[in-house]
Design a protein around this ligand. Structure first.
Ligand code: XIL
Length: 376
């Protein structure tokens, strides 16, 4: 009997000892976990995580050019747009040939889809584009209008398109690619041929009359690294501002070739910003010559990082937009045969190192020196 009691007592004591030891182990595990949580980075994140939040913390837009069809029926495409970007540009659907395929016959199906999508998802919308030499319908390209008629055509188009989305589209590329490809001469386009150099000021004034709140841009390529063409645009922009023409910003398209992204992008943008203009990288892509190697894809990340950093380095740079959602939708293979893989998402909709490059740029000091507070 006493033996049994003694055994029970010893067993109970042993049981308490085991419990105490287990408790101590739990405490140690808890403390170690808490310390590790403090000193180690959080769980591995996919490279594109919270790009919108990061962009907003710097007060810039991160945009993407979108196409209508996948915006209607490809939910993976839509998810990439809404998970990674804060702004959209119409890649094609707001161009003349789509909006006004016949004179006075407007097709709003594409633009409406896009503007509704942007609004439903809280995205900013860039309007693209009004006066350009490409993607014009035949009736316009071959219309042989005299100057008064052409002004009338311009006004009808702007009133219809800019007017329809007044208050819903924040900025418009009013003048697109006004200089010859190699510059520095003004492009000999339909508008120039009929109205002379003044088509630029007239176009900006007309757009401003239709939507006085929209930011109006000249959008150009081949100016990102300085040079004659950039100088000519600088002269043009300065002259327009002196005359009081409503020009609010310059879009640096940023269609780059891998290995050839200018080092002085920020410096070139800052020159225009110092005139009192907003600037943005409006159509960023970095095309890689085939065969595309893993090495090139990794190195491309640095180029995307540099492009976004350049924007952060210029206080009036309002955003960076990439030109297409995935490599499956990019204009590059068709327009630049022998090149591919220009965007931050691959043909299988997977994020590439380039996406990580943009994240890295945006993760530097939350508020970059010299930038206004977000939302201003
Ligand atoms: C391109 C589109 O991406 C293509 O799908 C289309 O076939 C041609 O135009 N500069 C611009 C854009 O301002 O409108 C162009 O977009 C690319 C070059």
């Amino acid at each position: 009997m006493r033996k049994t009691t003694e055994r029970r007592r010893r067993t109970a004591t042993r049981g308490r000892g085991v419990l105490l030891a287990a408790g101590a182990v739990c405490v140690v595990i808890f403390v170690v976990a808490a310390v590790l949580a403090l000193v180690l980075p959080g769980p591995a994140e996919e490279p594109g995580s919270d790009l919108p939040g990061l962009a907003e913390s710097h007060g810039i837009k991160l945009g993407v050019a979108v196409a209508v069809d996948p915006l209607r029926d490809d939910s993976d495409y839509q998810d990439i747009v809404t998970d990674h970007y804060t702004s959209v540009t119409a890649e094609n659907t707001m161009k003349w040939e789509h909006v006004q395929p016949e004179r006075h016959e407007f097709d709003w199906s594409g633009p409406d889809t896009m503007v509704d999508f942007a609004e439903d998802h809280g995205l900013d919308m860039r309007g693209h584009t009004l006066l350009w030499h490409n993607q014009q319908p035949e009736w316009l390209a071959q219309g042989f209008y005299d100057s008064d008629e052409l002004r009338e055509v311009m006004r009808e188009h702007m009133e219809a398109l800019v007017g329809r989305y007044q208050g819903r589209i924040d900025s418009w590329d009013v003048i697109n690619e006004p200089f010859e490809d190699g510059g520095p001469e003004l492009r000999d386009n339909l508008w120039y041929q009929t109205l002379g150099e003044d088509y630029i000021a007239e176009g900006l004034r007309m757009a401003h009359e239709v939507d006085p709140d929209a930011k109006l841009y000249i959008n150009e390529f081949g100016i990102e690294g300085g040079g004659d063409k950039a100088d000519a645009l600088y002269e043009l922009a300065s002259g327009l501002l002196e005359e009081g023409v409503p020009l609010h910003g310059i879009g640096f398209q940023g269609h780059f070739v891998h290995g050839d992204v200018p080092e002085d992008l920020a410096e070139n943008m800052r020159r225009f910003a110092d005139l009192g203009l907003d600037v943005e990288i409006s159509e960023l892509d970095v095309r890689i010559a085939e065969p595309v190697t893993d090495e090139a894809i990794s190195a491309q990340a640095e180029e995307y990082r540099r492009a976004v950093e350049a924007c952060l380095d210029v206080s009036r740079c309002v955003g960076v937009s990439v030109w297409g959602v995935t490599d499956a939708h990019s204009w590059i293979p068709e327009w630049f045969p022998g090149y591919d893989s220009a965007l931050p998402f691959d043909e299988d909709y997977q994020g590439k190192p380039a996406l990580g490059g943009m994240v890295e740029a945006l993760r530097r000091d939350r508020r970059s020196p010299g930038r206004p507070a977000p939302g201003r």
